[in-house]
Design a protein around this ligand. Sequence first.
Ligand SMILES: [Zn+2]
Length: 195
Amino acid sequence: MVGMKLRKKFEKGIINKLKSYYIGSLFKKKVRANVLKGKEGADVMAVYQIVRIGESVLKEKAQEVGKITPNIHKLLDNMVETMYDANGVGLAAPQIGVPKRVVVIDTGDGLFELINPVITEKTGEELDQEGCLSIPNLVGDVRRAKKIVAQALNRNGELLEYEAEGLLARAFQHEIDHLNGILFVDVAENVYDKK
Ligand SMILES: [Zn+2]
């Protein structure tokens, strides 16, 4: 799913990033540092088993997070750990069996932790290949919006706005689909075996 072409497009997109995004990234760097520290032996982190296609939790509409409790922080920490462990670029809570509207994304340009994410704007179209940690043997060509604007709460309960394009925009759309019980194979134009 990672392509130089898309990555370049995203770098260009950084110039257009909203101020709120920068606030978000500063915060996210700190989280990343905590994750790395956690790997050194703290017992706060856990790698979860990723739920595979066929499990009903992947077809459910996930529930909104009401109050951001220490349990939600723990869920985020464990999702981040699980995503990095699986070399994924994104993970939605239903993929570890938790039907809540929580997503983590890192396409190589920093970590995003999204609670109750909503896409508010979609622009353009792009057909590209996609995969999913819950569907390890398949990839597919999926048409997605090229650019998106999204809003989500961060772990401090602050509502941030994100502007993304290319691979990052694709990751937002793929992961938010998971929260509505939609998998890439449901929306792909072609699905084929991963080489
Ligand atoms: Zn997925």
